[in-house]
Design a protein around this ligand. Structure first.
Ligand SMILES: Cc1cc2nc3c(=O)[nH]c(=O)nc-3n(C[C@H](O)[C@H](O)[C@H](O)COP(=O)(O)OP(=O)(O)OC[C@H]3O[C@@H](n4cnc5c(N)ncnc54)[C@H](O)[C@@H]3O)c2cc1C
Length: 245
């Protein structure tokens, strides 16, 4: 049984997975298709990219980051989530997908804009606005069902990439705090930042020396330079109701 199963490998789901996986939780991302961001023509309001970024490249990089953090991936649409034991939600959940065997996880993060039908058996509390359903959550992304969370647009967050990513991270942190993992902050700090004050390095934090810092910077620059060396062949996905003939 996984510690966390994240339904949806778009912006918020990937951000959540980076946090849960880095905290040491066995994290599975199940993705049933394409992020809505793949329809964007040029992502220009995501902090850190002064002249914007190809949205497909951004998604590729976030997926790579989630994999580097230790998250694993399965393709397939989740069709239902039910408790393993109706009387004991601590026992986790069973997720059915369109393909493959059922999956089991202690916690589930729904990050699946725009599908939440699979949550109907759990009665998490959904509201309808027009043709869309949103999942009701508290400030940390917890639904009415213990162990089930919702992140990103499906949780009613504004329809912006940075907001979805930030919310995914926040919900991932809530799942970490609700688990048994010993965690303070996910921080990488210079050697001595804590220990130089006679403190232990808090759980979730890491102190690195200058050589390690330079090595990581070399690797980070190499990754980014390679990723941005050529334009991508892929083009934005058009809205399904636009007639392209
Ligand atoms: C045309 C367009 C242009 C945009 N341009 C911008 C922009 O310029 N700047 C900006 O900030 N934002 C932009 N956005 C908004 C941005 O794309 C979204 O706010 C953001 O992607 C929401 O993230 P999310 O994680 O909630 O959903 P998504 O990124 O859509 O991720 C949801 C994921 O869940 C998966 N999924 C759904 N159902 C299931 C299921 N049952 N089982 C498994 N997986 C499932 C989907 O396949 C998808 O991968 C744009 C959106 C559109 C449509």
């Amino acid at each position: 049984m996984r510690d966390v199963c994240i339904v949806g490998g778009g912006v918020s789901g990937l951000a959540a997975s980076i946090f849960t996986a880095r905290a040491g939780l066995d994290t599975l991302v199940v993705d049933g298709g394409e992020s809505i961001l793949a329809r964007n023509a040029s992502l220009e309001n995501y902090p850190g990219f002064p002249d914007g970024v190809d949205a497909r490249r951004y998604l590729q990089l976030v997926r790579e980051q989630a994999r580097n953090a230790g998250a694993t991936f399965e393709l397939g649409r989740v069709t239902s989530v039910e408790p393993r034991d109706e009387d004991d939600l601590e026992a986790g959940f069973v997720l059915e997908t369109e393909v493959g065997d059922p999956l089991e996880a202690r916690r589930v993060i729904a990050a699946s804009w725009s599908d939440s039908e699979y949550l109907v058996p759990l009665d998490v509390g959904r509201t309808q606005r027009g043709s869309k359903h949103f999942v009701a959550v508290d400030d940390a992304g917890r639904t009415a069902v213990d162990g089930v969370y919702a992140a990103g647009r499906i949780a009613g967050e504004p329809h912006q990439t940075i907001v979805a990513a930030g919310h995914g991270a926040k919900v991932g942190l809530a799942a970490i705090h609700d688990s048994e993992v010993n965690f303070y902050h996910d921080w990488v700090v210079p050697e001595g930042y804590f220990t130089g004050r006679g403190r232990d390095v808090p759980p979730g934090c890491e102190e690195i020396d200058d050589e390690q810092r330079r090595r990581r910077d070399d690797r980070a620059r190499e990754t980014i330079l390679e990723a941005f060396s050529e334009p991508l062949e892929e083009v934005p996905t058009m809205h399904p109701s636009v007639d392209e003939d």
